[in-house]
Design a protein around this ligand. Structure first.
Ligand code: ADP
Length: 757
């Protein structure tokens, strides 16, 4: 992997203070020389290897002007670096006259707060690398990587190009996740080396302080990890008495912990290039070499340039990836919304077909809660668990949304169903109606290929009472399960959920509007129909009466001048007009009921029935045969007593009319509250019944008998009738918001049930 400089302790008890910060090691790598200068360009500090490179000891150089080492013209150029921003490099080629000969160096200068740092790396000759060769190297690489269409391919090509330019044994692209841990996402390597592609590394391997340094300086180059660090002389800046800040130093020495880390991996030379996205460290291009590996400053500059280009392109590629996903979500969403808006039943449309609801936020399970009814889709917790979860989550909702990718941490009960719902996205559609959609994601349970045991990233050993640091030894594949967390919900998924809510609310509202309009249209046409029926039947009665009267006059006064056929015809006219009047009366009654206002009052049904039965018996001569049973006293109910009287009267009449038994009986009673209402503890209206032992009604007529003018028999049978009684009964029951139905067995009898809400 990359490098582990400034590894932090895994235990909270150890603080940064326990370790020497990595940017002030007080030493540099041995392949170059460092000079720290004051604003007058006097030498304040030097690395303790000047003798080897210049033939001059540190003591000979300290306190001297830079002109004692470099030519005046070069010194003047370096002086200009004071005008530059902190951490900006300027590179020169310089020649230094030593005791014996002239030597050439790459001179890399940058400013820090209170000093100018000059770093010198020996080179063969002073000739400049031509712009053309630089351009040729870079432009080909850039053209290649820009041609790639997706992120994976792009990163793979980046690794290949960087390896071609640098000739390192292994080049990897390493990507950080939001926790600071990361994985090798692309690799180009010497064929005989084992692959690291796909390996994950814990956050402790590249702790925050190291990541911060990469954010400031894009490149880290260590040609030989085994080289002995060279101390600065003096170790502290003589003016500020502070250790020299080597944050931007290209020669900065390497943390001993980091050296061991790499040696465990069999690495000697490293180059690391930062990859930035939106001013954040997105990842690293990490180059490893088994043996010491030198890279000229020009090639390093090319690498840094490439890093910057890749970072720019990376933003584009990552954005593209996210954009593609967002576009996919949005098109799924609009299809979904369209089908909901066209559906007759929007709650059904939500859950069918199943996958669609899951796809809109890439979930593996969902629950739709409409009032008390919960429907599960896909892989979800049990329904009771979902119900309890909603009750808890209701208190967490903000702006109609609640989401978590680690539900068990905030709702411990969810540990029981972590496999299906370690992640929750809850959308409130309506508070009043308790409408919710919940989406679930399982515990990641993805088996991560950790490079070594992440729990042993750093070993802390106490030697002579002081803490020492050593990186973990094992780099074998280590599998660790990410516990109690799901994949994170993306912002675009949350946005999609909210958009879905707005659409549903819109659809429901417009459906409600539509329904209200249909209702009022219906009411109006019902009213019109009722008044039409009333007027028509009322007006028909008058001419009918005329027909009847004149026919009777003809029969009474002119019977002698008509023959037998004529008389029969006239009698038929009279009978038909009587029958027609009955029909019109029935129609009129029904029309009246359509416009009737209920006069509700507490009605003792026992009293009502007693009177009714008295009248009934009085109106029949053979009343002694009528057996009317009321097994237990009936309740007192709120109803229109006149109308309910009509209901009982019709039903009792029919019960005896359609009965051919010698021992006829009718039983009137009511049923106990059904179980459901007992459970809910809501008062349930009693179900009344009128039962007889009559002729019964065929199964397929159990509903049709309630239609107006529907009779099952010919005129003459069972005492005649026009088939309006049950239609009137039904209308009255409906006026009371009740229901009527019948159960019957041919030859045994019928039972009419009804309720009065
Ligand atoms: P009507 O009695 O005037 O014909 P109803 O509307 O009261 O009209 O009844 C419609 C039809 O339902 C009747 O013609 C009869 O065939 C059937 N019906 C009604 N009540 C009973 C009953 N208790 N038993 C058997 N048949 C019945």
């Amino acid at each position: 992997m990359s490098q582990s400089e400034d590894n932090l302790p895994p235990t909270a008890s150890l603080t940064n203070h326990d370790r020497k910060p990595i940017h002030i090691p007080g030493s540099i790598q041995p392949h170059g020389v460092l000079l720290a200068l004051n604003p007058q360009l006097d030498i304040l500090q030097v690395s303790n290897n000047t003798q080897d490179f210049f033939g001059k000891s540190p003591q000979e150089l300290l306190g001297q002007p830079l002109t004692s080492l470099l030519e005046a013209q070069q010194v003047e150029a370096i002086r200009q670096c004071w005008l530059k921003n902190i951490g900006i490099y300027t590179t020169y080629k310089v020649a230094i006259h030593t005791l014996y000969d002239e030597r050439y160096f790459d001179c890399i200068v940058h400013r820090i707060a209170d000093a100018l740092i000059v770093e010198l790396e020996p080179i063969e000759s002073i000739s400049e690398v031509s712009f053309l060769s630089f351009h040729a190297l870079v432009s080909e690489a850039i053209a290649d990587i820009q041609r790639t269409s997706n992120l994976t391919e792009f990163l793979h090509l980046v690794a290949i190009q960087v390896r071609q330019i640098t000739a390192f044994d292994r080049v990897m692209v390493y990507q950080f996740d939001r926790t600071g841990a990361g994985a090798v996402v692309a690799e180009a390597k010497r064929e005989d080396l084992p692959p690291y592609l796909g390996l994950h590394y814990p956050a402790t391997d590249i702790p925050e302080s190291a990541r911060n340094l990469y954010q400031r300086s894009w490149l880290r180059f260590v040609p030989n990890l085994t080289g002995q660090p060279v101390k600065l002389v003096p170790i502290e800046n003589p003016i500020t008495q502070q250790p020299l800040d080597l944050s931007f130093s290209v020669l900065r020495s390497v943390d001993s912990c980091c050296i061991e880390y790499y040696q465990n991996m069999g690495v000697t030379g490293i180059l690391v290039i930062a990859l930035m996205q939106n001013q954040q460290l997105w990842g690293l291009i990490s180059c490893h070499h088994e043996t010491p590996k030198h890279l000229s400053s020009e090639l390093r500059q090319i690498c840094e340039f490439l890093g910057r280009i890749v970072s720019l392109e990376l933003r584009h590629k990552v954005n593209q990836l996210e954009l593609d996903y967002q576009v996919k979500l949005q098109s799924l969403q609009s299809e979904f919304i369209e089908s909901i808006s066209q559906a007759d039943n929007f709650s059904d449309a939500l859950i069918k077909p199943e996958l669609r609801l899951l796809d809109v936020v890439s979930a593996s399970g969902a629950a739709v809660c409409l009032d008390n009814e919960i429907t599960l889709v896909g892989t979800t917790p049990e329904i009771d668990q979902v119900r309890a979860l909603i009750e808890w989550a209701e208190t967490q909702v903000k702006d109609n949304l609640f989401s978590s990718d680690s539900l068990p941490q905030i709702y411990p009960e969810s540990v029981a169903f972590k496999d299906t719902a370690s992640g929750l996205l809850l959308l409130r559609i309506s508070q009043v109606r308790r409408y919710y959609i919940l989406w679930f994601r399982p515990e990641v349970m993805q088996t991560v290929n950790w490079a070594g045991n992440p729990n042993e990233a750093i070993q802390v050993a106490e030697v002579d009472g002081t803490l020492t640091w050593s990186p973990r030894k094992s780099f074998a594949k280590w599998q660790e399960t990410v516990q109690l967390t799901s994949l994170a919900w993306k912002q675009c998924e949350l946005d999609n959920a909210i958009a879905l809510r707005n659409a549903i609310v819109g659809i429901v509202l417009s459906k409600a509007d539509e329904l209200a309009k249909i209702n009022s249209d219906l009411e109006r046409s019902n009213r019109e129909l009722a008044s039409f029926a009333y007027a028509a039947s009322h007006d028909l009665k008058e001419p009918l009466r005329g027909i009847y009267n004149y026919s009777t006059i003809l029969l009474e006064d002119y019977a002698q001048i008509l023959d037998a056929d004529g008389l029969e015809c006239l009698e038929t006219v009279v009978t038909l007009s009587v029958r027609m009047e009955t029909l019109i009366n029935a129609l009129l009654r029904l029309a009246q009921l359509g416009q009737a206002q209920l006069r509700q009052q507490a009605t003792n049904l026992n009293e009502l029935l007693n009177q009714l039965i008295d009248v009934f018996r009085a109106s029949r001569q053979d009343s002694q045969h009528f057996d009317i049973r009321i097994p237990r006293p009936l309740p007192t109910v709120e109803c229109d007593s006149v109308l309910v009287n009509e209901v009982f009267s019709n039903l009792i009449n029919n019960a005896f009319k359609y009965n051919d038994k010698t021992e006829q009986w009718v039983e009137i009673g009511y049923l106990d509250s059904p179980e459901l209402h007992k459970k809910r503890q809501t008062p349930e209206p009693p179900v009344f019944y009128v039962r007889d032992n009559g002729i019964g009604i065929p199964q397929h007529h159990l509903e049709t008998i309630f239609r107006l003018f529907k009779r099952l028999h010919s005129q003459e049978k069972y005492g005649g009738g026009v088939g309006a009684g049950l239609a009137i009964v039904k209308k009255i029951i409906e006026l009371h918001n009740g229901r009527i139905w019948v159960e019957s067995t041919i030859g045994v009898g019928s039972t009419f049930y009804f309720t009065l809400e």
